[in-house]
Design a binder for this molecule. Sequence first.
Ligand SMILES: [Zn+2]
Length: 652
Amino acid sequence: MRSRFATLLTFLIGAAAVCVAAANAPVQTAPPPVATLADKALSERVVDYQIDARFDATKHALDGTEVLTYRNLTGQPQDTFPFHLYLNAFKPTSTFMREERRDHSDFEWKDKYKASAEVKSLDVVGMGDLSSQIKFIAPDDGNSDDRTVFQVKLPRAIAPGESVQFRIVFHDQFGQVFARTGYKRDFIMGAQWFPKVGVWWQGAWNCHQFHANTEFFADFGTFDVKLTVPQNEVVGASGVQVDEVKNADGTKTLTFRGEDIHDFAWTAQPTYHVVEDTFLGSMGPVKIRLLLQPGHMDQAGRHLHIMQETLKRFDQWYGPYPYKQITVVDPADLRAGGMEYPTLFTGDTTWWMPEGLHFTEIVVEHEFGHQYWYGMVATNEFEDAWLDEGINSYTECKILDDIFGQDKSLMDLWGLTESDDASERNGYIAAADLDPMSRFAYQYINGSSYGGITYGKTATVLLTLEKVIGEETLRRALHTYFLRYRFTHPTQEDFLKTVEEVSGQSLRWYFDQAVYGTQVLDYEIRRANSDRLDWYLKDPPKEKKGETVYRTQVQVHRKGDFVFPVDVVIKFDNGESVTEHWDGKDRWVRYTYDKKAKLVSAELDPGTAVRLDRNFFNNSYVEQGDTRARWKIVSYWTWITQMLSQCLAWLA
Ligand SMILES: [Zn+2]
């Protein structure tokens, strides 16, 4: 997820709205042609959902029947099955809303946010009506008012290898969009809308409640979804559309098929503009289907351009995108924006977004990136959120740097530039020591820490890792990780071991601090000076360049508790430069030189490759006034962008 950038920028830039250059793009409004499905299964298909749903656009309500066939591949008999009912989070007594209020004491509940999902009946083929066996559970916090997870106990166990078929009749009432799902005027985002079975993972059912700071986890399989909506609706959905039937009552029934995906989302709005394009990847053509708000037509080109450039790099660097379609939704409400679903995601833009501000592109790149880490690798976002959001934030930096140039990936506007990795780093700095990356997402101290660590710190940890193993090696490790673990729900150790294997290095010293620890990295030049060696003479000779001998000392101090090797470059006024490599383990180190030259500067980590260093301002000592002035200007701009990025981090 990557959201509310635009909201923030509206606040920051206010009246300084500027005209957006018109982009040229082919415009089509014809219904999507049928795309071809994959030739063979990509995943071990555990679930098969067949859902028949009718959406009432006036009441923002949906009646559905879901037939779920679950293959018991758990290796043991199963008689109890947990299900998510995510829409029930939108009630004031839910765990989600309690956490929202806990983190934001000014958060006010509004009845328009209220939503619900109700199971009308639940049958199991061969076992009859088990509606009475439904029991709500709260495995994470015991909140008896939370209705986001229920379980059903069957009268007999399902043997290993056997399948069980559930038939669930349900009713959804959507609320006005508060987070990700819901309506706004005639726009609807149908996300987390059907009863979804939990995942048997690591020897147990994994079916967490819906929390304010958690995303999702589900099993792979197939989805055949029939959506009945008013005929004037323009619809986008996961998978590909395979059929459309116009009904006599003014509705139409659209059928979608999704294969080797683990969730299904859809959206509808009568006024969507549809723009289509094709990406030619290593596994054949991929249809890009873009649904734009009516006022955003001049941004079609920006969306398609960043999609093409992003798809190309993912294909080349990390692996192929094997699906036949990707649907990009520009939502009517930004609270539904910047969110990923399999083969469909929502962007986040506004009509005034200047081309030099790359937020439109960042959100599109970021959400597409989720197709890999969330969509295909599909790690557990409740427990190992950094494996998705964090790796995705790192690849976001790499890809945007490659497209826009390293220093301009976030913005290149009115002569001011900023990189995406600086923005990620600022997110980390804002919450550096509160929570380890490895903490379960809902156990972070608050949403700011979750955002700062899961996105910002992870990206910064991986950028810093480039200094240890090399950028190219890390790219190869991600490529190996993706190809090896796609469609399998790997753990954080699977990722870390892959990096160690590909790099041929033991990296525990780093991962123990960076991933499992809360140590903070901060090295400083504590003191640096040159002093005449003959300082003690009563009547010393006049100082003469190239003849007077000076003793120069440079003290480097490890201020933080994170140990990391650092380079120090010391420059002298005779043009000489010395590079020291310190293992960084002790609390400080002193370098001493006796030379016929004075110190000009001492700089830690030139080029700021150690992105995890919390404070770059104490990394250098510069003797000369002119250079200091330059640093000061750099510092002001860095400070401004840090403030901006921190705001972004709080909202992301
Ligand atoms: Zn994300």
